[in-house]
Each structure stands twice: as C-alpha cells, then as structure tokens.
Design a protein around this ligand. Structure first.
Ligand code: B16
Ligand code: MG
Length: 219
C-alpha cells in the first residue's frame, strides 16, 4: 500500500538543476574545463565535493589542487548558486507540483524530501512549501551520496513508513539508483533514455499527478 512519496528537490520540485549547471559551468570555464549537458547528467544528485571531483577529472586536473583549494573552488560555486536561488519565488515551482502536494495531503499520503543539497531548506523556504513536508532529511547528516540509499532510507525512517510502501521521485540517474537500492518504487522525471532504469518515467512534472503515481505503483 502506498503510504509515502519522497521527493528529490533539484530538478523535480523546481528547476534548480539548471542553476547548479550554470554555476558549475562558470567555475569550470574559469578552470579551462568545458562540459556539456550530457556530462552534467553525471553531476545531478551528486554532492558538491564529489561534483567538483568529477569536473576536475573531466579536465584531467585531479592532482592540480590541494584539499584547501578544492574547498575554495566548491565554496565559489556555492556562492554563485546562492545568488541564483536568492531570487526564487513560488512561481518557480515546476508545473503540477503544488497540485500534487495538495492531493497527497488530501489522500493522507506522507510527504518527504530527500535532497542531497545543503541549500534545500533555503529553496523550500523561497518556494513557500515547507508546510507540506512531513519530513525533510538534513543533507549535512548524510554520509553516503546517492546512488547509496542512505538518504531515502533516512526519509522513510523519519516518516516511520516501510520502504516498500514508498515512492521516490528523481530526475537523476544516481537518484533513481538510490531509490531502487532502498527497495522503493522509483519514478524518474525527465529524459527517457537517461532514466531508463526507473520503474516509471514521466517526461515532465505536469504528467506527475496523484492518479498517475497510484496507477504506476499498483500496476
Ligand atoms: P549543494 P538533489 C543535489 O540536489 C543536486 O542535484 C546536485 O547537483 C548538487 O550538487 C547537490 O544537490 C548538492 O547541492 O551544493 O547545494 O549542497 O537533486 O538531491 O535535490
Ligand atoms: Mg535532483
């Protein structure tokens, strides 16, 4: 029985995935590294430091910086990202998300947030949707990045719901893998090819209705 829906944030509830992309791309360019949207798929859902490592590896620069310098580079990206999210409003919710949150509440389905982002609380506040969430996992307390299931399992635990009664919603390959490793039903939002491992895929959040979720879950 469906008891909870656990959402990823960036790229599912709002298009902050685009802001992460813009901020990383600018930093990469300053380092003389070019990357495209295909490579960016590998950064989605991945923690800040791990994302930096992947970008440096892409540019063959893994050995070039000390740990302290890497911290500074990650900090720089985050400052740019914070500037981008500072102007967000409830208008930045992706299509259908507010209706879905309302409907889940009406149907007594619990709602959780499993975002790897340390900026998640700020973004939720800017979007003014905090009241809908029964639990929000604190990314700072999570030891293992997606695709490890830890963040989704923590959300289920905090909701006191068995993972088998949870649906996870993700836009990232690593996120879909994390949901499945947690033994939950994985819904992918976005490119059908990139997310082909998901149990159910929608191209945009507009298709992500309560009815569609229920139908997919019990199919
Ligand atoms: P921060 P999600 C993830 O959020 C993003 O997809 C990923 O691009 C980002 O690097 C990560 O959060 C860490 O974010 O630098 O703000 O702590 O998709 O899990 O909601
Ligand atoms: Mg995401």
């Amino acid at each position: 029985q469906l008891k909870a829906v656990i959402f990823d944030l960036d790229g599912v509830i709002t298009d902050t995935a685009e802001y992460h992309f813009i901020a990383w791309k600018q930093l990469a360019e300053e380092l003389g590294i070019t990357f495209d949207r295909t490579f960016n798929e590998q950064l989605k859902g991945v923690s800040r430091m791990e994302s930096l490592e992947r970008i440096l590896a892409l540019g063959g620069q893994t050995e070039r910086y000390t740990a302290a310098e890497k911290e500074a580079l990650a900090h720089k990206k985050n400052e740019h990202y914070k500037q981008l999210i500072a102007r967000m409003t409830p208008n930045d919710l992706l299509p259908g998300i507010l209706d879905l949150l309302r409907e889940l509440k009406r149907e007594n389905v619990k709602i959780g947030l499993a975002s790897a982002s340390k900026n998640a609380f700020t973004v939720i506040e800017r979007l003014q949707i905090g009241e809908y969430f029964d639990t929000i996992v604190d990314a700072a307390k999570i030891k293992h990045s997606k695709p490890h299931p830890e963040i989704f399992l923590t959300a289920a635990k905090q909701l006191q719901v068995d993972p088998s009664a949870c649906v996870g919603v993700e836009d990232a390959q690593a996120g879909v893998a994390a949901i499945q490793a947690a033994n939950m039903f994985a819904i992918g939002v976005g490119d059908k090819e990139a997310l082909k491992e998901a149990d159910y895929i929608v191209e945009t959040t507009a298709e992500l209705t309560y009815d569609a979720i229920v139908r997919a879950f019990y199919r």
